[in-house]
Design a protein around this ligand. Structure first.
Ligand SMILES: [Zn+2]
Length: 362
């Protein structure tokens, strides 16, 4: 994204307010808690309001100097650190405030329309640093890891904390690596022969694709869309869970790409079979095995069971190896087939953009 486009986007999406909530269309609406309530420097919320809004258990510092409110959660943090990290907060605090601005326990209250989960993770990274960033890498930790990545990108962008935005983008990139070797290490940690691995963060594939697209990460977007094609159709159309019960949907063009890609990937599968069938045989080795594997690759029953969707086409090594075992090919002959498969797979990964229907830089 050009810096000009980035500036325009920021102008369009930012909304902050002290006391009132400004929605993303620019219309001002009064926050639930500020409408018609008396404001004093000590307590502005009547008891029933205090029941609704909750102080965050970790991000409420007794000597904090500003209270941020996101949905139903209050964060009492330090104005100086916010200003140092974010030019947006800096500008916000330098604007002269009206005498009746909302206060609580001597601190100004800033009402934000961000998700409380995003705000929690963003502030954790800002105020707790490495402690919040430290996650156990690998598929098991992936679902824990994603909300932090999302918060860093969304709020790092919105509040112009460039360091956190870049960290978030690097983390997103790490979930969708650009080399097949890195992809295998992440998604097939037990070797690509094991296709039983569960990817706990698959459920966030749509959100990953959307964030990559919004931040002009073209190649990451392509690889996120590939992961979207592996989702069940109901999830692909019905969306993935977002923060606080919201849902993330693919844009109509991306949804169309994923649907079209399924056909393109099945064609790739056919091409891969032809490549395997035309693999040069070792002379006088495993003649019966070669005959058998040709049947296994092409007969109706096997084709029907192999091509039931969704399929992770990049991870079909186990399938090829099993066919070689069924055909009783020797180790050397199996290796010939596995190499042929590996070459076809590498070609597909390199051309994933074309399979996903994206032919130029967006
Ligand atoms: Zn052989």
């Amino acid at each position: 994204m050009s810096s000009e486009a980035s500036t325009l986007k920021r102008q369009r999406t930012e909304s902050y307010s002290t006391g009132n909530v400004v929605d993303t269309c620019g219309k001002t609406s009064f926050g639930t808690y500020s409408m018609g309530l008396p404001r004093t420097d000590t307590l502005i919320l009547p008891p029933f309001m205090a029941d609704i809004e909750t102080r965050h258990p970790d991000l409420w510092f007794e000597d904090g100097s500003v209270i941020l409110s996101a949905k139903d959660t209050l964060f009492r943090v330090y104005k100086g650190i916010l200003c140092d990290a974010s030019p947006v907060f800096r500008d916000l605090f330098t604007v002269p405030q009206p005498p009746d601005r909302e206060m609580m326990e001597g601190c100004p209250v800033i009402r934000l329309n961000d998700s409380e989960e995003d705000m929690e993770n963003f502030l954790k990274v800002l105020f707790q640093g490495i402690r919040a960033m430290r996650t156990v890498e690998g598929p098991v930790a992936a679902s824990v890891y994603w909300p932090i990545t999302r918060a860093l990108i969304r709020l790092g962008d919105k509040y112009q904390v460039d360091e956190l935005l870049e960290e978030g983008k690097e983390r997103l990139q790490a979930r969708l690596p650009g080399t097949l070797a890195a992809w295998d290490e992440l998604y097939y940690p037990h070797g690509i022969e094991d296709d039983e691995d569960v990817w706990p963060d698959s459920v966030h594939a749509i959100a990953m694709a959307n964030l990559a697209s919004q931040h002009n990460m073209a190649e990451v977007h392509v690889r996120a869309l590939y992961r979207c094609t592996l989702l069940e159709p109901a999830t692909l159309v019905g969306g993935c869970p977002g923060p606080e019960g919201t849902r993330e949907y693919l844009s109509p063009p991306d949804l169309a790409r994923c649907m079209a890609a399924r056909t393109a990937l099945v064609k790739w599968d056919v091409l891969m079979r032809f490549n395997l069938l035309s693999t040069p045989q070792k002379l006088d080795c495993c003649p019966r095995g070669y005959k058998k594997i040709r049947i296994l690759l092409t007969d109706y029953d096997h084709l029907m069971s192999d091509l039931s969707m969704p399929l992770d086409f990049l991870g079909r090594a186990s399938w090829v190896r099993r066919r070689c075992e069924e055909a009783h090919l020797c180790t050397d002959c199996t290796e010939l087939y596995m190499n042929a498969y590996s070459n076809t797979r590498q070609a597909m990964f390199s051309e994933l953009r074309i399979y996903m229907g994206i032919y130029s830089n967006q």
